[in-house]
Ligand binder design. Structure first.
Ligand SMILES: C=Cc1c2[nH]c(c1C)Cc1[nH]c(c(CCC(=O)O)c1C)Cc1[nH]c(c(C)c1CCC(=O)O)Cc1[nH]c(c(C)c1C=C)C2
Length: 615
């Protein structure tokens, strides 16, 4: 982080000082409010205070309430890549996100939705509607202009015209029509790159012009390095079992979608959860949500909740130097740089990156690094947040992605994409009663009390009767954008652009692509070093080796979680924390990687036309 301090973490610290709680949180000192001294069933050290570490502590404290939990964090703040900052502008304040900015409620996202309900955060959330431009309008920049991606809401004629005339789609509709007739891969192929897989099944243009853009937006990675088996496990399996991706899709429609048994069980557990009916309805109407003070609110609320629990201790500014299993594998000693913070635990959950875990993992009396996890490459992403006084400097939408095929002269900065952040916050105009589609507040309140969903223009008004939430506190909304740079384009670079260069690169992208030449009123440059692990070809077999190595050395006393195993997003981090805690709770042996490569599949009931799938 190159600008602005860690105000939000410090503000919790101040709040706890003010609230008269017995110790100061977290500010480099430990904090534990022990209610009654009961011998803990599990004494667990969690390594890493990012979202995975916090979520692990949260699930442990809930599922194993008699456990004792110690979270070790090397830096002086918690939250990892999640970092929201409120910054001043001429007439108010606006919110910048350095890392992830929204959460999707689908799939593993049910965990973030559930956490939001349990932490009473839904009243602070912002829910753009499915039908809003933010949800529907997604663009790709190719070769020298923005192209809106087809969406059912745009109608047949517009979508067909775009597919037939835009160079970005050149050859793709024809390749898709032929996919079912293409020969399936040799059964001996263990894995291949996403690029190789989809250029075999569809076309090279489809990969370079469309898929590579999608992969930029999720992994900031190279389509020709990332693993098809790990990233597109469904189509990868469909080719092997049904002969083609299209045939696999037809089979799913007829017989029902195929899931691993573990996934089906997870969905069942989530379905039977006692959802707030209004939140459930709101989530069905939205594709992504955020909070009025950004995703940092989730971190702060989680931390506060854990401190109040009493059985969680945070040790910030406490780098761990090694973790050593006892000879009989009954416990693990965590050694910290400050020896007074070292301790012996029944279990350790590592929420560290693989490289960091390898550095601290030691065999008994061994001083050399132990390779527990085979090397998993990472990429560095620079995010540049900018705020301009003039509103609507871009077309309405979520943002745009830049594929690998965009000619160098149209993207010499090697940008990956641009996010239109204003789309996630209602403007003061949206909140003005006179601009509402319905403006009889009493009628709206009555409807809300009956559990009906009320929308204020493009947003669900969940926190009624309070004013709908907004992120930017300004009387007239400007334009807020984030330019994403780097990723795989910067692989092997000995150093990265500094703050000044980053800002210049971002402004140059905006000038060329959106014709924005205005001076930004506020900006922030963030370099997220090694933030996204790359699931490159052979990823699954590396995870299997990691499982074997960790089991051999720690026999279930060390479990791993994080964004390097089953998805790089915040929701996936929550899921890996959830899985580790569930297996600890049920007394199962494991490492956190025991499910990798499972072949136990079940079919769900097919969804008939007109029928709604269960969310
Ligand atoms: C900070 C950079 C990140 C990039 N990808 C991710 C991060 C954190 C991880 C990620 N982004 C998305 C997903 C899909 C599933 C999901 O959980 O939503 C994942 C795993 C989608 C996405 N991509 C962008 C945004 C704003 C979102 C929504 C989720 C979020 O807020 O992160 C834009 C975007 N992300 C990256 C780039 C290069 C990019 C470009 C416009 C990298």
């Amino acid at each position: 982080m190159l600008r602005h301090g860690h105000q939000l973490n410090r503000s919790i610290c101040r709040q706890y000082r003010r609230s008269g709680t017995q110790a100061v949180w977290p500010c480099a000192v430990q904090f534990r409010r022990q209610s009654t001294e009961v011998k803990p069933t599990h004494d667990v050290a969690i390594l890493g205070g990012g979202i995975t570490g916090l979520a692990s502590a949260y699930y442990l404290a809930r599922e194993l309430p008699n456990s004792r939990i110690t979270v070790y964090e090397a830096s002086d703040r918690i939250g990892g890549w999640l970092s929201s900052k409120r910054v001043p502008v001429k007439d108010g304040t606006i919110l910048f996100e350095a890392g992830p900015r929204t959460l999707r409620p689908a799939s593993n996202g049910v965990l973030s939705a559930r956490m939001m309900q349990e932490l009473d955060l839904a009243k602070d959330a912002i829910f753009p509607q499915k039908t809003s431009p933010a949800a529907q309008n997604r663009y790709v920049y190719y070769p020298d202009h923005l192209v809106r991606m087809p969406h059912p809401a745009f109608g047949f004629a517009e979508n067909a015209w775009s597919l037939l005339t835009e160079p970005v789609f050149s050859g793709t509709p024809w390749a898709a029509a032929q996919e079912i007739f293409r020969e399936a891969r040799d059964q001996g192929v263990q894995d291949e790159s996403v690029g190789d897989f989809f250029s075999r099944r569809l076309s090279r243009n489809t990969v370079d012009r469309i898929l590579s853009a999608v992969l930029h937006g999720i992994y900031a990675g190279d389509a020709w390095q990332l693993s098809a088996k790990s990233l597109f496990s469904g189509p990868w399996r469909d080719e092997a079992t049904a002969g083609s991706i299209f045939a696999g899709m037809l089979k799913s429609r007829a017989d029902g979608p195929e899931l691993t048994r573990r996934e089906a069980d997870f969905l069942q557990v989530m379905k039977s959860y006692n959802w707030d009916p209004l939140l459930r309805a709101t989530l069905k109407d939205t594709t992504a949500f955020t909070f009025k003070d950004g995703l940092q609110m989730l971190v702060d609320k989680l931390a506060r909740h854990l401190v109040e629990k009493g059985n969680v201790e945070f040790r910030t500014s406490t780098p761990v130097t090694s973790i050593v299993a006892s000879e009989n594998r009954n416990n693990v000693t965590v050694n910290a740089e400050d020896a007074t913070q070292s301790g012996t635990y029944t279990h350790v959950i590592s929420a560290l990156s693989p490289g960091h875990l390898n550095q601290v993992a030691r065999k008994l009396e061994d001083t050399a690094t132990t390779i527990l996890v085979p090397s998993i490459p990472t990429v560095t992403v620079m995010t540049v947040n900018l705020y301009f006084r003039t509103p609507d400097l871009h077309p309405p939408g979520f943002g745009y992605l830049i594929p690998q095929a965009t000619p160098f002269e149209n993207n010499p900065e090697r940008a990956l994409g641009v996010v239109f952040d204003t789309a996630y916050s209602p403007s003061p105009k949206d909140l003005d009663l006179n601009n509402w589609q319905v403006n009889d507040v009493d009628q709206l309140k009555q409807a809300r009390e009956q559990g009906q969903l009320i929308n204020v223009n493009d947003f669900a008004w969940y926190n009624m009767p309070h004013q709908p939430n907004k992120q930017d506190d300004v009387p007239e909304r400007g334009t807020k954008l984030t330019v994403m740079l780097g990723g795989h384009w910067w692989n092997g670079w000995p150093s990265f652009p500094d703050e000044k260069e980053g800002l210049a690169l971002a402004r140059s992208v905006l000038q060329r692509h959106l014709n924005i030449s205005e001076e930004p009123e506020a900006w922030q440059v963030n370099i997220q070093k090694d933030c996204i692990p790359q699931y490159t070809v052979g990823h699954e077999s590396r995870l299997k080796s990691a499982h074997n190595n960790i089991w051999r050395e720690y026999k279930g006393r060390l479990r791993v979680a994080g964004n390097w195993m089953a998805g790089v997003g915040v929701n996936d981090c929550l899921r890996s924390a959830w899985d580790v805690v569930q297996s600890l709770r049920s007394g199962m042996d494991g490492t956190g990687l025991e499910h990798v490569g499972t072949t136990d599949f079940v079919r769900l009931k097919p969804v008939r036309p007109g029928q709604q799938s269960d969310k």
